[in-house]
Design a protein around this ligand. Structure first.
Ligand SMILES: C[C@H](O)[C@H](O)[C@H]1CNC2=NC(N)=NC(=O)C2=N1
Length: 112
């Protein structure tokens, strides 16, 4: 069980702090299938999930949409035949918040 999946996202205000380097090192270790990407100067978490076909990829996408709405924290999602690329970051702070790591762990849990 990943401790992050037991947590809830907090409302992320524009002045909320980004994760520190130390926090990043600790948190990324808790979601080993995810990698850190930087796009337009914005640090993001990303993972590619593989599926047997488009229908299964879409079903996962819909479950992720429900999770995002439940937590009111939303990912970037690219859904293709056989794969879904999920990207988490916090728009309000243009970077990574602990919420993003919680949501990455909860995204993994959708596969259970
Ligand atoms: C307008 C703004 O996007 C919303 O208030 C919420 C909704 N979902 C969100 N999702 C993410 N990933 N980051 C946000 O800052 C965020 N803010």
């Amino acid at each position: 069980m990943n401790a992050l999946t037991e947590m809830k996202c907090e409302a992320c205000q524009a002045d909320a702090p980004k994760v520190t380097e130390a926090e990043l090192a600790e948190l990324i270790g808790m979601i080993p299938d995810w990698r850190v990407e930087v796009r337009d100067g914005i640090m993001q978490l990303e993972r590619v999930y593989k599926f047997k076909n488009f229908k299964l990829a879409m079903a996962f996408t819909n479950k992720l949409a429900d999770l995002a709405e439940a937590e009111f924290h939303h990912p970037g999602i690219l859904t293709e035949w056989g794969k879904v690329t999920v990207t988490w970051w916090s728009h309000s702070i243009k970077g990574l918040h602990k919420n993003d790591f919680i949501m990455a762990a909860k995204t993994d849990q959708l596969l259970d």
